[in-house]
Design a binder for this molecule. Sequence first.
Ligand SMILES: [Zn+2]
Length: 428
Amino acid sequence: MIPEIEQKTAAEIRAFQTKKLKKQLAYLQAHSPYYQQIFQQEKIDISDIHSLEDLGKLPITTKEDLLQNNADFFCVSTEKIIDYSSTSGTTGKPVNFGMTENDLERLAYNEAISFACAGIKKTDTVQLMTTMDRRFMAGLAYFLGLRKLGAAVIRTGSGIPALQWESILSHRPKYLISVPSFLLKLIDYAEKNNIDLNTCGVKAAICIGEPLRTQDFKLSALAKRITEKWNIQLFSTYASTEMCSAFTECEYFKGGHQHPELIITEVLDDNNQPVKPGEIGEFTITTLGVEALPLLRYKTGDLVKLHEEPCECGRNTPRVGPVIGRAKQMIKYKGTTLFPPAIHNVLNQFEEILKHLIFLKTNNLGLDEVVVKILSEDMSAEFIENLKEAFQAKIRVIPNIEFITSTEMNKILQTHKNRKPRWVIDER
Ligand SMILES: [Zn+2]
């Protein structure tokens, strides 16, 4: 089930998106209090926009704009909203989102074609191991997408390995939707309870929240630890509430596919200029066809690389590589520049580490400081040496390492409670 437009040539896709963009701009002009004001202030004439290259003539939207003017971004009256959700607020106050009937239909379509990209079919059974409530748009999107595909869903929600396994063994789902680190917990439970991982019928997991691949599309340390014990395929997805769209990998695992009927993507530098093809920049999106809270040139804060060569699966749409890091969470440390996912990847190599948190701080000289707090089964001097060597080899710097107890870890996690797994705490 590959939508026709995704198999067209790059030029045809651009022409198609230009048409959609013009429609979207007319909609913003007519219905968005926020963009009406911005267009007027910046003397934007939307009839000047004739191609995707003209996007540069339009203003960008930042997270701060959205947070400060949240209500003005709504294009419909509250009677038309049938579902409310919000961003996770990982880096601050959450932003409120609402969806109309058509938005929910668009969300279902988005997720159905994304799941189809990962190979899910009508006849498959899928165990949904994320929350659907807590104003979480993705959980709802998964359910609606599977419903649209016609697949069977088992809504087990997050956590509780015993329940997950009881359900896997009785319904034999082919696919799981999960946070990758939770799959390690399932493996652990299976090993302790004599469950044979490789005959349980699970073929693949669609994963959210944590990086599964390195920039050259090799398995991350976390993905390796999962697949060494459990012979399943792991599909990465990239999505956010603001994008109202998902980027999911196909069977060739070369980044998440863009759906051109739903979203326009740009990769911009610090001056809001497009980077050269294949270079790293900030992922910037324009939603298409969203009624309640559409966004124009929204800078997501995520640093990524776009891969534009056609994919072997038959889709000619660009693919987004694994997120390198959040632009705001860049660390200048001991002469190098690095991002938390690289540190996360080193820590994930070690089975001894049960949980870890990466703290970003500013020291009294005003410089960045990194402290990793670790709950570990092994706290020996030898283990610390191994850890330091791994940091030196992989990222060329060694952060401060502190062991903490399970009680201390839970206390920290309690104060930083979130829907998504939390492994970075930026205190700068
Ligand atoms: Zn593909």
